[in-house]
Design a protein around this ligand. Structure first.
Ligand code: 13P
Length: 258
């Protein structure tokens, strides 16, 4: 049996998501989604679930182009507030995202943890809000270079997972992304063995759900290295930053298997 067949037998279809971060206006987003769709065909979508997470301002346009052209591309958001509504100036709630046909929401990205002070408890509240609104939380975990060098990566990541899942009964609806912070936007990556090892630690921290939850790798993924990561049985896909902004580059990543 091939490794990818084993993943499918465990119900884990490949999932490749573009996290556009604070890039692309709504007009650019329309173009990128359309161009991406021209470069992908049915066989690609059958093999890989494809997602894009544009900034909030482009979600409505993304929804419109995806629905008008009936594209099998999953629309995602990069963050959410945990409350359904309320006096939280500047914030956006999970039910608001769900109304825009958003299917998944990235929570706990290291950039939010670092620049906006998000901790595991907040990530947990956000993951619950996303689930309550019927969407999939894509929970990001990962260590700093300092933690890696001190040999504490596994312990750190296990703690982040435990914090994120507290009180969530059905873990099968979650997706995790292992994103070592030192690999984000740097062109540096862990070896595929290293990444697979930490991802197995994440699976262990999920207990019984560890075999069914999709766990992605993120950090300097590009068209040149994606196939190596995907060759690992435990790695179900990728969360791609910089290399997802250009439709040609992102399509090549999605088509890593061709
Ligand atoms: P890069 O692919 O640009 O390293 O970003 C990774 C990331 O943070 C995706 O969420």
């Amino acid at each position: 049996m091939t490794e990818s067949q084993e993943k499918l037998d465990e119900g884990r279809k490949d999932l490749i998501i573009g996290n556009w971060k604070m890039h692309h206006t709504h007009l650019e987003a329309i173009q990128v989604i359309q161009k991406l769709s021209y470069r992908l065909d049915l066989a690609d979508y059958e093999r890989v679930d494809v997602g894009v997470a544009p900034p909030f301002t482009a979600l409505r346009s993304g929804q419109t182009v995806i629905e008008a052209d009936r594209l099998p591309i999953h629309l995602g958001a990069q963050d959410t507030h945990f409350a359904e509504s309320g006096a939280f100036t500047g914030e956006i709630s999970a039910p608001m995202l769900a109304k825009l046909s958003v299917r998944f929401v990235i929570v706990g990205h290291s950039e939010r943890r670092e620049h906006f002070g998000e901790d595991d408890a907040l990530v947990n509240q956000k993951a619950k809000a996303v689930l309550a609104a019927g969407m999939t939380p894509v929970v990001c975990v990962g260590e700093t270079l300092e933690i890696r060098e001190s040999g504490d990566t596994n312990e750190w990541v296990t703690g982040q997972v435990a914090g994120a899942i507290k009180g969530i009964e059905d873990l099968s609806k979650l997706v995790f992304a292992y994103e070592p912070i030192w690999a984000i936007g740097t062109g540096r990556t862990p070896s595929t063995d290293d990444a697979a090892g930490v991802i197995d630690v994440i699976r262990a921290a999920l207990g019984d759900a560890g075999d069914v939850v999709r766990v992605l790798y993120g950090g300097s993924v590009n068209a040149g290295n994606i196939a190596d990561f995907m060759a690992k049985r435990t790695i179900d896909g990728a969360l791609v930053g910089g290399a997802s902004l250009d439709p040609d580059s992102f399509a090549s990543i999605v088509r890593y298997w061709v």
